[in-house]
Design a binder for this molecule. Structure first.
Ligand SMILES: [Mg+2]
Length: 423
């Protein structure tokens, strides 16, 4: 979703508050356009919307406490390492002057109801429950937009992502569904009313326009065109709509390559966003659980990394056995284990055998030198190396980088063990 929302932001930035005649002529979705007056933002460059979304995504991935001060730190860090235009003038100056989140919080007047809290809320929508989404989007909103309208707009934007990612219904029902969620916590609603005409600076305007565009079209490029056709604050409309719609299996994912490839690709550009997106989807996936998504199946990482010359696989067989498999051009290593599901997504693995298979040599088998490992497993929707849909298993172990695998098939049996009958 991060690449797509950045494409929406960068494409929309060429049209932000531009003359309607300019928009009508150039809004073809066939390439980025240079904004007629904002010389500081070149074609394909994203703006504050994406930069602040990156900060929110990084904080979710970090699993650090979800507090205003920590989030404010992230906003300051993201800005200082990669200054860019697009921020409102006063906020830009403030970000330039403060050293950290505490100073930002001490000096900011957070009484705005503009779109700044909604435009960056998307990643929060990936969290597994509506309660989590409402809470996390409100906390991040209060840093800069501590008003009922500013907070509710952020919640609505995050809920749109949640509805799409968890496949909760047809897009025509998105607005009424958001109304029910926000009203359950005292919000005003009104998110199903269609937006018409130029989009102003208030957060609720951008979010309502984004929901309207998502309800009208069934392809991502059509949604992008509709967002920009409103005129006004359209980089934010497109950021909110594309972040959500990119997570919907009901929306044809047809963003032209000229927009995907033309997105800026500096240190925090396309490649960075792609990797951050994969980590974000992993860390927000539901914990595997006897009652929830299951780890049973054969999983491999080769489809997640383009041009990989090595492949790791893991199999969790329903009978309580399984194996890790590491293959390169010369040899395959297999670590067999017995596994047991524990509460809270944890899996206890007890290794049994280590097997080494080299082509042209007789296989080696020995006792495994490790006895046990405790892993945390998450299973959720993600994307593979060519942006295809994949079911992704994320395994985390203490003090190691999380490892990701895509589902190869769910009905794995011991017969798929590459070491076969060797014991
Ligand atoms: Mg912007």
């Amino acid at each position: 979703m991060l690449v797509e929302l950045a494409v929406g932001d960068a494409y929309g930035a060429g049209f932000e508050y531009a003359d309607p005649a300019f928009v009508a002529t150039h809004n073809t979705v066939r390439g980025y356009v240079q904004h007629p007056t904002h010389a500081g933002i070149g074609p394909g460059a994203y703006t504050d919307d994406t930069q602040m979304t990156i900060a929110v995504a990084e904080h979710l991935i970090s699993a650090e406490p979800w507090t205003g001060e920590r989030l404010a730190d992230r906003f300051v860090t993201a800005f200082r390492r990669d200054r860019r235009e697009g921020y409102a003038g006063g906020f830009y100056r403030l970000l330039s002057e403060v050293q950290d989140g505490a100073e930002l919080l001490a000096r900011i007047d957070p009484s705005s109801d503009k779109s700044g809290a909604a435009m960056r809320a998307g990643p929060v929508g990936l969290l597994p429950t509506v309660a989590d989404v409402l809470h996390h989007s409100a906390v991040q909103a209060r840093v800069t937009h501590d008003t009922p309208a500013g907070i509710e707009a952020a919640q609505a934007a995050a809920l749109a992502v949640h509805y799409c990612h968890y496949e909760l219904g047809p897009l025509a029902q998105l607005g009424p569904w958001i109304d029910r969620q926000v009203q359950s916590v005292g919000g005003r609603g009104g998110w199903s009313q269609p937006w018409r005409g130029k989009v102003g600076a208030q957060g609720w305007m951008s979010v309502r326009a984004a929901i309207t565009a998502m309800t009208k079209s069934t392809s991502l490029s059509d949604i992008l065109r509709s967002c920009v056709a409103f005129t006004g604050d359209v980089d934010t409309v497109a950021t909110v709509a594309l972040g959500a719609a990119s997570r919907s299996p009901l929306v044809v994912q047809d963003l032209p390559n000229v927009l995907r490839r033309g997105l800026e690709n500096g240190p925090y550009g396309r490649g960075y966003l792609w990797n951050l997106d994969a980590r974000l989807l992993s860390c927000t996936s539901p914990l595997a659980d006897p009652a929830g998504p299951s780890v049973v199946g054969l999983w491999g990482d080769d489809s997640l990394f383009q041009g990989a010359t090595e492949a790791d696989r893991v199999a969790f067989v329903a009978d309580g056995t399984g194996w890790f498999e590491h293959a390169n051009a010369f040899a395959t290593e297999v670590e067999r284990f017995n596994w047991e599901q524990l509460p809270a997504g944890r899996i206890r693995i007890a290794f049994t055998r280590y097997l080494y298979l080299e082509s042209g040599k007789s296989p080696e088998a020995k006792e495994h030198w490790h006895s046990e490992r405790l892993l945390t497993a998450r299973v959720g929707r993600g994307t593979d190396a060519i942006d295809g849909e994949a079911t992704v298993l994320t395994l985390e172990a203490a003090s190691e980088r999380p490892r990701r695998f895509a589902l190869v098939r769910a009905d794995v049996t011991a017969a798929a063990d590459p070491a076969g009958p060797i014991d």
